[in-house]
Write a protein that binds this ligand. Structure first.
Ligand code: PGA
Length: 231
């Protein structure tokens, strides 16, 4: 299949990815562009609702998201886990505790993603299931801004573990019951759409890269005799 593309000097790849994938996808574009230097790439980063809107308007070749849309006819493929974890400043009193009851989070000031965010929806669903009402002190439309707000002592939050790449900095993951929230990343495209050869090549490239990352994580965590935290 790679050979098919060798002759292809030019092509376009339009990607739209949810906010958590921006910690991961751009890094993998480097090697892809080196393999196929003639391909021009555009990458849009937006929240879950933004992806749905772009998909409805058929604006991109491939979409990366954590929740496959229920009301659109799409083809999809899971490629990596995207767990959501509870984050606090590194010196937080709860940071040494184990199995913190989820109800305990109601006592902490909470920083919430904006409406339209898939992270927010997943967090809200879990809290609703357990009858937990958090005190939302601040609403922020950016994972990065939320990390800084946590570090600044404004509160705790729930974000994708991938937002901690390349390192946790001055944050820590709290060991709260019912966390992490299990989520996955999927590559998605409208079922009726014939993928271009460029998009298909990228699709396979990403599947392969994800597989290697999973293998590396397994190897490095068994090397260290501990569970790999972030990779
Ligand atoms: P978000 O994407 O930016 O919409 O929160 C993350 C997700 O849906 O898991």
């Amino acid at each position: 299949k790679v050979a098919d593309l060798k002759g292809l000097k030019q092509g376009q790849l339009r990607l739209a990815v949810i906010t958590t994938a921006k910690y991961f996808i751009p890094r993998l574009l480097g090697p892809f562009c080196q393999l196929y230097p003639g391909i021009e790439i555009s990458l849009q980063v937006t929240n879950h609702e933004g992806i749905l809107e772009r998909m409805t308007n058929n604006m991109d070749d491939l979409y990366i998201m954590s929740q496959v849309p229920e009301h659109l006819d799409v083809s999809y493929q899971q490629f990596l886990e995207n767990p959501l974890v509870v984050l606090a400043p590194i010196n937080h009193p709860l940071s040494k505790e184990k199995n913190i009851p989820i109800q305990r989070l109601a006592d902490e000031p909470f920083i919430m993603r904006e409406p339209g965010s898939g992270t927010r929806r997943a967090v809200q669903q879990l809290f609703d299931q357990h009858g937990v009402t958090v005190k939302v002190k601040l609403e922020l439309g950016s994972n990065e801004a939320i990390k800084h707000a946590i570090a600044g002592g404004l509160g705790i939050s729930v974000l994708s573990r991938h937002t901690l790449l390349p390192d946790t900095g001055d944050l820590t993951i709290l060991d709260v019951e019912n966390f992490p929230i299990k989520r996955d990343w999927y590559m998605v495209y409208p079922s009726g759409k014939q993928l271009s050869i460029v998009a298909r090549t990228y699709f396979e490239y990403l599947l392969d890269a994800a597989k290697q990352i999973v293998e590396q994580t397994v190897v490095s965590s068994s090397d260290k005799h501990e569970e790999s935290g972030i990779n």
